[in-house]
Design a protein around this ligand. Sequence first.
Ligand code: FAD
Length: 583
Amino acid sequence: MVEVLKYDIVIIGSGLAGLRAALQAAWTSGGRASIAILSKVQAMRSHSVSAEGGMSAVLYPKETNDSLELHAYDTIKGSDFLADQDAVELMVEMAPKEVRFFERIGVPWSRLPDGRMAQRPFGGMTIPRTTFAADKTGFFIMSTLYQNVLRFDNVHIYHEHFTTKFIVENGEFKGVTAIDLKTGEFKLFLAKAGIIATGGAGRLYRFTTTAHSTTGEVLAYAMRAGAAIKDMEFVQWHPTAMVPTGILITEGARGEGGYLINKEGERFMKRYAPSRMELAPRDIVSRAILTEIAQGRGWVHEESGMGYVGLDLRHLGEQVLNEKLPMIRELAYRYAGIDPLSEIIPVRPAVHYTMGGVHTDIMGRVLMADGTWIKGLWAAGEAASVSVHGANRLGSNSLTECAVWGRLTGEQAAKYVLENPAPITEGSVLEVAKREESRVFDKLLHKEVNAVSVYQVKRELQDIMEEHFGPFREGSKMSEGISKLTKLLDKVKSMRVEDTGRIYNQNLKDALEVEGMVELALVVGMGAYARTESRGAHYRLDYPKRDDENWLKHTLAYLYGGEIQLTYTPVRITKWKPEERKY
Ligand SMILES: Cc1cc2nc3c(=O)[nH]c(=O)nc-3n(C[C@H](O)[C@H](O)[C@H](O)COP(=O)(O)OP(=O)(O)OC[C@H]3O[C@@H](n4cnc5c(N)ncnc54)[C@H](O)[C@@H]3O)c2cc1C
């Protein structure tokens, strides 16, 4: 039986973007709007909690010689000129307000001796403008937001509720269906407005810094509901993931002065980005590390066989490590048995961020491929592609994006529901929800005994993505990868869920994730194969140059007759003409 719940606004995702949206919607509506927040994990276990290094914003332009213009330029250059420049301008303008807003509601930002908020350098940023709370920035922002959200009686948090479907009728958002994982109950959340804040899709790959919950299936669900997905071929590899676990060593470590060295003890970045060195953008540093390893100048990790280079923090000294990078010291010790004060940390690039996401306009409204707004639906944070990161995100711009578009979408959703006071009616939506319940429980749970397991499909998916759509891509390899993914999609249809119970059925949840992941992987693959140029994180050995004449445009994927189609939409340029990216 489907339980029906009615809310003004339903927010899917309780990471930084989702909680920021909820808080803003509650405030804007004066506490009048009823708001449901759904999270497939305990809300505070959302991936944002593990953000380490900080949040970018121009806070003290006079003292630091910084400006909004410079922040925008760094971001656009970092994006390899694929970012929409009006969106970037909006982000940098709102960023300082968001950092100060967080300060007012209780985030304990690290300080300078004179009391100002401290800022550290980050890759691709010409001025230190990454505001941080030691190396636990995400944890502190999330805890603060969470406590503030709890103050509103009208905001209800549904922990461990897995969204399975978006319901859109006649171009208008009507609600979502979700499984209450604890009880197995199936619920319909009817709502006037929805905000997608479900994070990225790092787990399409095996070696990743992202949480196990960062699977991205909701992007595929949004596509099924008519939304377009933008620029998914741009996958970010973070240069410094610890070997062999993939645990992130924040860019803040290089921001505080850490070096990258090869086995000859050379700071090799001088050959790849002589002016920015270790603080060049991530795509450049990642390719440099992989080139060093491929050319035999890295070390090899004995147990895993992984090649790596060294992150050297020894010269920073105990005080800097303990005050500014305490978690990094602890992580290195716990997971690699290394004290960074006296030993180098073994690192190599790992998948870290999804530049693409749900296609939105500058205000975060979710769009179809023809540019029509799905009325009542917004997206924010890593799940959305507004697009401020283009082909390569600069570190510390993501928390800023989450905060800015969390706020903007929450504000708009609140106004929208206040302007539409009519009561919510079920109409035909309940029937749609009942069909979804039977799809989820009847179809997925009842499969022949010898069908393929969910985890085998997931393993194959990650193998394909690592092998065919890695940081160095090539046409024939990708075409092979697309054929493999297409075959995998057939396997998904006959995947077997071994646990046939309803209560806490993680196996069923995993099946629903994998189903969406394979669809999404095809979007990544098709977009990458079609884009015959190299730009930002998308690097093709067979097309090593950027090609503005043909490819200064965003990829849009959408479903037509059940098949993924690609189309393109222009990049919005305001002031900054594309130029060669040199560091
Ligand atoms: C280790 C690490 C460190 C980072 N450090 C920084 C940093 O210092 N600065 C910076 O700018 N960026 C950083 N990033 C990137 C940044 O942390 C993320 O981009 C950002 O936190 C994403 O926030 P979000 O709110 O969009 O999504 P998330 O925090 O990922 O939250 C997603 C939410 O969606 C929910 N969800 C997903 N699918 C479903 C579903 N089917 N049903 C119901 N709920 C669902 C999840 O339960 C969760 O609540 C880092 C990334 C990593 C991997």
